[in-house]
Design a protein around this ligand. Sequence first.
Ligand SMILES: *[C@@H]1O[C@H](CO)[C@@H](O)[C@H](O)[C@H]1NC(C)=O
Ligand SMILES: *[C@@H]1O[C@H](CO)[C@@H](O)[C@H](O)[C@H]1NC(C)=O
Ligand SMILES: *[C@@H]1O[C@H](CO)[C@@H](O)[C@H](O)[C@H]1NC(C)=O
Length: 219
Amino acid sequence: MNQQERVSPRTAAPAEGSSCSRLSPWVLLISALAVKTALMTVGLVVLFHRICGQYKTLPQNASEWHCITSGPASQKDSWKCCPEGWRPFQESCYYFSDDQMPWDKSQQNCSGMDSQLVVINTKAEQDFLYKEIGRQMKYQQHSIHLYIGLRAQEVGQWRWVDQTPYNETAAFWRPGEPSDDPNELCVVISYHKDIFRNWNDVPCRIHSYRICENAAETL
Ligand SMILES: *[C@@H]1O[C@H](CO)[C@@H](O)[C@H](O)[C@H]1NC(C)=O
Ligand SMILES: *[C@@H]1O[C@H](CO)[C@@H](O)[C@H](O)[C@H]1NC(C)=O
Ligand SMILES: *[C@@H]1O[C@H](CO)[C@@H](O)[C@H](O)[C@H]1NC(C)=O
């Protein structure tokens, strides 16, 4: 509209300095836009990489994320996300396997998915696992064993896979367990309806289901 007004004084301007100073608002505006675009691009690329990076390490063909909010709904930054097929609880995501293998292979499979066999730290976590196993259709068989991330090198010297100190008062052995047999150095949740304290020590070579645990993604 008023472009002509601007063009004519510029062409008439004798010194380059004055034409520069007239251009500067535009230069500033364009620079600002360029910087903003660049920042947005970087931001999107970083976000994309983060999500894709996660996808690569996660199991199967996880096509979706499932998010829950732990804090007040208004608090935007309290979303915890788990990939499709993993169950969220507090700060973690849990994977309940469909197939059975020895303890070593189970731990390898979990670490191949950027996680580890589950480390049970609290009664609340034990309660979540107990209820979750109970509601999984695939475990509706007579007697189900699922490996957890607890084993011993020597009888009685229990070690969690993440080096969390073993805490006797936060352990949930079945009555009469552990048997402290030198042939039974790995630990399963031995699931039965109505038995909350369900850990059992078993030989590490038996094929069992497994529970993997991974930190939830915070959005
Ligand atoms: C992954 O893909 C296979 C074959 O396409 C399909 O059968 C299976 O249900 C998919 N799994 C998930 C978790 O989407
Ligand atoms: C873990 O086990 C699942 C189910 O059998 C399989 O789809 C996946 O490829 C395994 N991942 C690794 C890293 O072993
Ligand atoms: C052991 O577990 C109990 C019960 O959850 C807890 O009160 C206590 O603080 C724990 N001790 C250590 C050293 O973590």
